[in-house]
Design a protein around this ligand. Structure first.
Ligand code: UT7
Length: 333
């Protein structure tokens, strides 16, 4: 009797970025900064900003629709929807519910995943487990953010770093001769220093008041230097742990898709793994940091550019506010 494995594979990807492209020189027109500073410190050259009336769910829907089209399945076959975001349309209902309705998807299990920039990679891990349980067949996992809505344009240390967009993947559970698709996933968190990267106002700890608004507490706040140090550490650990756990070495990797936060963080990851930068797919220069959308946008871009072939070993790795981190190793099928 031939043995079979239960595998979860990505059968379609999609992405979307708003049409409004804002270059570093554009930013320098209203913030005390320069193209030279932003590029040399972060690797960012431009970002997309959504229109005022364009929501996170709007962007998520376009990326989701594109992923379903690429997967070649009917939308009625989706039975799990996860939207990773820290900039939902509203605190509730979930952005995933809004996506379900706008895309006319079935009335299925639908929820948001909040793990900041690690959200999409966390979402893949959760979808993988739910599909392997046998209770679900096809999952739509989306990472979508309207970061421009929570940026403080009076704070040059943060507002130049982020952008808006969405990326999506359709995952399916199948019987395969040997294990392919998602080989393994891990996630971690350290919530001991939440103030390093947070949006302090708007929750139960600091409901909106005139004072909280006047104090600019509803915008993103970040200690960039400390986050940088943690990012270098956890991106390296999350990568080496998953590679080792699955019985591989870094040189087995065909492509790494890291969270797009800072080119210097990505370069230090390449150094730590002793693999060349050519094995990384980066689009930081054109998108900035799109938080939970960054890995799925880069994944979709890399796949459509022919950088991922069937049989390739692909590592996705992310970190974000929390602190959170997550990695997924995929044998692309
Ligand atoms: O998804 C997770 C998110 N976040 C991250 O991954 C961020 C991680 N951290 C970083 O990427 C980097 O720490 C930054 C890019 C945020 C900053 O780079 P840095 O090399 O750590 O710069 P710094 O904060 O030490 O700032 C250096 C100088 C300061 O001036 P002084 O005090 O040396 O005179 C800042 O005031 O650069 C100044 N500065 C700026 N100058 C021009 C800060 N922001 C800007 C700016 N334009 N936008």
């Amino acid at each position: 009797m031939p043995s079979h494995s239960q595998s979860v594979t990505i059968i379609g990807t999609g992405s979307y970025a708003p049409t409004n492209i804002v270059t570093n020189d554009d930013m320098a027109k209203f913030v005390d900064t320069s193209d030279e500073w932003i590029r040399s410190r972060s690797g960012i050259g431009a970002r997309h900003f959504a229109a005022t009336d364009e929501t996170t769910s709007d962007m998520a829907c376009i990326a989701g629709r594109r992923a379903i089209e690429a997967a070649g399945i009917d939308r009625s076959e989706i039975d799990l929807i996860i939207v990773a975001t820290m900039t939902p349309d509203m605190p509730f209902p979930s952005t995933a519910c809004l996506v379900q309705s706008k895309l006319m998807l079935p009335n299925v299990t639908t929820f948001d995943m909040q793990a900041a920039c690690s959200g999409f990679v966390y979402g893949l891990s959760v979808a993988n487990s739910m599909l392997l349980s046998g209770n679900f067949k096809n999952a739509l996992v989306i990472g979508a953010e309207k970061m421009s809505g929570i940026l403080d344009f009076e704070d040059r240390t943060t507002c130049v770093l982020f952008g808006d967009g969405a990326g999506a993947a359709v995952l399916t559970a199948t019987e395969t001769a040997e294990k392919v698709g998602i080989l393994g996933a891990l996630g971690g968190a350290d919530g001991s220093a939440p103030s390093l990267l947070q949006q302090p106002g708007g929750g139960s700890a600091m409901p909106a008041t005139n004072e909280s608004i006047a104090g600019r507490q509803h915008f993103l706040k970040m200690n960039g230097k400390e986050i940088f140090k943690s990012a270098v550490r956890v991106m390296g650990q999350a990568s080496t742990d998953i590679i080792e756990q699955m019985g591989y070495s870094p040189e087995d990797l065909n492509l790494v898709i890291p969270h797009q936060a800072n080119m210097r963080i990505i370069e230090s990851l390449a150094k730590r793994l002793s693999i060349p930068m050519e094995k990384f797919h980066n689009n930081l220069d054109r998108y900035g940091n799109t938080s939970a959308a960054s890995v799925p946008i880069a994944l979709d871009e890399a796949y459509r550019a022919g950088r991922i072939q069937s049989g390739d070993l692909v590592l996705l790795v992310a970190f974000g506010a929390g602190l959170t981190w997550a990695s997924t190793l995929i044998r692309w099928q």
